[in-house]
Design a protein around this ligand. Structure first.
Ligand SMILES: [Zn+2]
Length: 408
């Protein structure tokens, strides 16, 4: 593809050549294209126009004198039609040079995934929101890069208008996220023009794929009819195996939401991860009693000893003490199994015997759950809110709830 500066009116592009092509190549290219584009053979309503453009290009380039003038730029300023083949930044993707291939504004290449995109940028300025959209033809890669740049612009500058800055910013970010807007009219024109240019160059498979893409943007009956005609011309070409798929979430989307992730990270850092995560952990660890949970029940927050007895590993389902974390089973409270230590301290043992090994010592007012009582009523098997299990003498406990009295 010739750079626009070397091909001011796209004559070489019309012929599918670069300015380095020799005269024989110009003639060959003309004959090939003329066959395809001759209005008698090509049903496209644009064929006559395109054939004319081809003839105009050939008329200039076949003659050494006029071609030198064209190459030096002296011919570029006059003559009908014809702009440079490419850049319409901020404007419409109207017909450039007839049969000239459109190119990406950033890399200057012609690719199958060229699209006319509108990317949204907003800037807050006191009380007003300034909109500065970017529109242009981009390949997918540069479309994605441009949309990321546009979104970062919004992230940085969009919020600072009252009252609509944040609203406009969020709206612009949402519209940019899938890759900006693809206006159907402009994309229809772009893709059919590309298809015709490839058709003229004899690259029929590519032309067919471009027509298939253009079909998705055809809205009016005239546009649909034109697509049908082009497809008829290309009927012998195999249909594309699979439609040209577009990723709906890729690196470009990641990059656009990156500032959000950054803000969340900062928030966690500032507030402190513990405070944000602790409630989640508490919920996840629901079955495990937590020491602080005895506070609300007993009215005091004396901590129980940290010692955990050999029973801790057992997995039998146990009723829980009341409180924030474990208070989700009020029926246990009603059952009358909650007790508090009513002596200065009580020794928890591994077995209902004064000779059994000591598990822990619980201070006064520690809340425990009585799981069972020995036959003579002298020993209670208990579970403290902190997870201490074992046996204590029953007389060290007093019932907390108003439920059924414990008995043998
Ligand atoms: Zn590009």
């Amino acid at each position: 593809m010739a750079r626009p500066s070397l091909d001011p009116k796209g004559y070489y592009a019309v012929l599918g050549l670069t300015p380095a092509a020799d005269t024989a190549a110009v003639k060959r290219a003309y004959r090939t294209r003329a066959k395809v584009l001759h209005p008698d053979r090509n049903p496209s309503p644009r064929a006559a126009e395109e054939f004319h453009a081809l003839a105009e290009a050939y008329g200039v380039l076949r003659d050494a004198e006029t071609r030198r003038a064209y190459d030096s730029g002296r011919l570029g300023a006059r003559g009908p039609g014809g702009s440079t083949g490419g850049t319409a930044r901020g404007g419409r993707a109207a017909n450039p040079t007839p049969l000239g291939l459109r190119t990406c504004e950033v890399c200057g290449r012609t690719t199958l995934d060229l699209r006319y995109r509108v990317l949204h940028r907003v800037r807050g300025q006191g009380f007003k929101v300034v909109r500065a959209p970017i529109a242009g033809v981009f390949c997918r890669l540069h479309g994605e890069r441009t949309v990321v740049a546009a979104s970062l612009y919004c992230w940085a500058l969009g919020w600072w208008a009252l009252p609509w800055g944040p609203v406009a910013t969020v709206a612009a970010l949402a519209r940019n996220l899938p890759g900006g807007d693809l206006p159907p009219t402009e994309n229809y024109q772009l893709l059919t023009a590309q298809a015709r240019a490839f058709l003229a160059r004899g690259n029929l498979p590519i032309a067919r794929r471009l027509v298939e893409q253009a079909r998705r943007f055809a809205r009016t009956p005239a546009e649909r009819a034109h697509i049908a005609q082009l497809l008829e011309t290309l009927a012998e070409q195999p249909a594309p195996r699979r439609p040209d798929r577009v990723r709906w979430f890729g690196p470009a989307q990641m990059a656009q939401i990156a500032p959000l992730l950054l803000m969340v990270t900062l928030a966690v850092y500032i507030v402190g991860p513990g405070r944000l995560i602790a409630p989640l952990l508490n919920r996840a660890a629901d079955p495990t009693p937590i020491v602080r949970d005895q506070g609300p029940v007993s009215g005091r927050t004396q901590p129980a000893p940290t010692t955990q007895g050999p029973f801790t590993g057992q997995t039998e389902a146990l009723p829980e003490t009341g409180g924030r974390g474990g208070g989700s089973r009020p029926e246990v409270l009603g059952a009358g199994v909650l007790h508090a230590v009513q002596v200065e301290s009580v020794t928890v043992r591994q077995a209902p015997s004064r000779n059994a090994p000591v598990v822990a010592t619980l201070p006064r007012a520690t809340v425990v759950t009585v799981l069972s009582v020995s036959a003579d009523g002298g020993w209670s098997r208990i579970l403290s809110a902190r997870g201490v299990r074992g046996f204590v003498v029953s007389e060290a406990l007093r019932p907390l709830a108003t439920g059924a009295p414990r008995g043998p």
